[in-house]
Each structure stands twice: as structure tokens, then as C-alpha cells.
Design a protein around this ligand. Sequence first.
Ligand code: BTN
Length: 289
Amino acid sequence: MRPLVTSLREITSGPAHEARSLLDAQFAGRQGYIGKEIRAYDTVTSTNDLALEWAAAGAPNGAVVYAELQTKGRGRMGRAWSARSGLNLTFSVVLRPVLAPDRWNLITIAACVAASEAVDSFTAPVCTQIKWPNDILIDKRKCCGMLLESAGAGQASSASRTVILGMGVNVNEDTFPDDIERQATSLLLATGRPVHRAHLLAALFDRLEQALNRLEEDAVVVEKRYMRRMYNLNAPAELRFAHGSGSVKGIVAGLGEAGGLLLATGEGIRTFHAGEVMTIRNPCGSRLT
Ligand code: BTN
């Protein structure tokens, strides 16, 4: 498994189509630290795996592992993430956060704001919403997901702590497997227009950098931006816990401490840090309000 490129500036001789796309991202004029170093592959197990390995070997803050195809792409709650080569975006960013580990979930919050705003800039007038904690939806269907994994949370020095932010975006996909067909969409399906993947990648890097900077200055600003886009806000929902370990019903009341979900339940307003939010529908299928 040989990287196609190790830095955007070395791509010029690379014949591969995906490397070419990354070069285009450089042409789009980005200067930031995210994506300054990129390792791009045709096929990997999971970009998160390679990013974790690279991070352990000293990858800098903002280094990116990009792949056209993952054979073992993973999502939250033990789910798989699969995406066809040549049509979508799958990548992982190595982050060396200054934030304390008990606030790392806020990185997901910032990344969702970034992804939602970046996608909107390509899909207007069609808009995305954010389903807590980390799904980007268009018209109730998922077009983008994120997976945060970490290493070294117990280390005293922030330089030894690593967060890997993995992101998958359904960009120009036009078909999904039967089991997810009704829950998934792509930017192409939602708008009828193909999107230039490298331009979207550059926009994602830029917005992510801005949102992470903002998070360090003032997390409340980022949380407000998240809540403005929050799917199910003020609506009844059921939060289901992993591995069938129960659920709780309530009204989605916003974001709580450290990026948790605020749910107004029969026992008052409670904050949750894990689970899957399901919309509660009445027997006729329309949403309760
Ligand atoms: C989810 O929706 O549950 C999260 C999906 C995250 C998918 C991305 S694709 C790039 C990175 N590599 C992985 O194996 N997963 C993330």
C-alpha cells in the first residue's frame, strides 16, 4: 500500500486521477495547516487506521490521509462505512488539540458546523442539517458522517495527545445499497448537480480550520452555529443507546455540556454523551410537534 503522494507539492508527476483531484484542491488556493501534508491512497482498510499510525510516527497537526476506497471503513456504534471509488470523499485528519480530553467531543461539534457550511456552499439553495452528534443530513437523509477516534488522552502533554477526525461525504454517488437506500443521499442526488470533489475537499479543510480556531477562542459561538442547523431541535425524539441497552424519550432541547445532547425528559432536562437520535412519529407517519 504505497501512498500516491506525500505532499500536495509532489503530485505534479503523479498520473493517478485521485491525486490529480488533490492537486486541484491546491489550485483552489488553500494555504492552511489542514491538508498541508497529505498521504493519498487508492485503497486502504480505513483512513482512520492509517492516520492513527501516522500520528504515532509523528504526523503534524492537520496532516490528512485520503483514500479513494476503504475496505473496512467504519462509523459510529460499530457500523460500517462504505463508499464507491471515484465518486465520494473519504479522509481523516490528524489533530493535536489544545483542548482538554474531556472536551474533545466539541471537535465533532465544530467539524459538523464546518461540514454543514462547506456542503451548503455547493448545494444552495438546498441546505443541510446536523443530526446529533455527527450526521449531516439533506432532507432527512445522511450525506456525510464523521468518526472521532483518539490516542494518548491520558498523556500529560497536549503534544502527545491525538485526535483523528475521519469524514465521509457522499458526493456524486447515485445509488446506495438496499439496506441504506432510504436513509442516505448524496450531493448529486439532492441537487441534480455533480460537485467537483477537490473543490469541496478544499472548502472542507478551510471551514474545518476556521471552526476549530473558533472553538478554541469561544466554544459558545460554535455551539450556537451548530444549534441553528440542528435537526429535530424542539421535536420529540428517542435516544437509543448502543447494543440494545435501552433508550430514553424526550424533546430535543439543544447542546449541553461538552457537546452532549440536551433532552427534556419526564425527569427534567438531562445531558447525554452517546446514543442514536430517532425521530418519533405518530401512527400516521407524520412528526409530532
Ligand atoms: C458515521 O456516520 O457513523 C461515521 C462515518 C465516518 C466515515 C469516515 S470515512 C473516513 C474515515 N475512515 C473511516 O473508517 N471512517 C471515517
